[in-house]
Design a protein. Structure first.
Length: 266
């Protein structure tokens, strides 16, 4: 693990958001990596409910200022950064007024997912990758947490396939139990097709529910982690039948097994 570079990407990380299973893992895993001699960088969205003053976020001018094309629209990318107190961990925040200013995460006050989560996912995916390119930091492993990161393996193997920084990177995806019903968006497929991603690679998202997002993640990842005890049976079967290295929920709670998984499988 010594000097291995691990990029952690998650929609939730403590101490910036409430302590969900995903948010806790997205903090504890990089901390364990650091303790075993690895290097980490963490990326998450900068939601409006994050208190910038209390957490001492500040904009990184040299990384901000780029415009990302999302479904034929120019959307400004703002990058902010903070350090987790008492830990050697730096967190980068992907920000945009249109997508992340609202004081909520992925659901409205009635518990329904936001209608623009498809565009927010595309923006977050492109924003992280473009920022890592600017940092010129080539990760050995990219560890994704949650369905909001489901597009990263796809984009790295299609839209950014010729980017040399990620050629040797291995992708691990932690899949958590679903926290929404129905689909992300009826136009999700069309918005991905705008980026000229081949139909064969995205046809699964013509119906963009949790299981379809999970299938997309599993198909394009190098390793998988069952990060919740209650995953849909179809997702568990898909993971087991993928013939890719994986950890089940019990194994994922054992730090030694986790670190061995990083060291020996990738």
């Amino acid at each position: 693990m010594k000097d291995k570079k691990i990029l952690i990407i998650s929609s939730e990380v403590v101490p910036y958001l409430p302590q969900t299973e995903q948010a806790i893992n997205s903090f504890q895993i990089p901390r364990a990596i650091n303790e075993h001699g690895g290097q980490t960088r963490i990326f998450m969205p900068r939601y409006g409910l994050i208190n910038e003053r209390r957490h001492q976020l500040h904009e990184v001018i040299r990384l901000s200022g780029m415009n990302l094309i999302i479904n034929d629209m120019d959307m400004p990318l703002i990058i902010k950064v903070a350090s987790i107190p008492k830990e050697r961990m730096q967190v980068y925040f992907i920000d945009n007024e249109e997508y992340f200013k609202r004081r909520a995460i992925l659901h409205d006050d009635k518990g329904k997912i936001f209608k623009d989560n498809d565009e927010r996912m595309i923006f977050f995916t492109k924003g992280v990758i473009e920022t890592v390119k600017k940092l010129n930091w080539s990760p050995d492993i990219i560890h994704l947490h949650g369905w909001f990161t489901a597009l990263f393996p796809l984009y790295l193997k299609s839209y950014f396939v010729d980017e040399p920084l990620f050629i040797e990177s291995k992708i691990i995806s932690s899949i958590y139990e679903p926290n929404f019903e129905g689909i992300i968006s009826p136009k999700f497929y069309e918005k991905l097709a705008f980026d000229r991603i081949e139909e064969q690679q995205i046809k699964v998202l013509k119906k963009s529910g949790f299981e379809e997002l999970s299938k997309l993640t599993i198909a394009n990842s190098d390793g998988l982690i069952m990060a919740s005890e209650k995953l849909p049976k179809s997702v568990v079967s898909e993971i087991k039948e993928s013939n890719k290295p994986y950890l089940d929920f019990t194994q994922s709670k054992d730090e030694k097994i986790y670190i061995d998984f990083y060291n020996n499988k990738f």
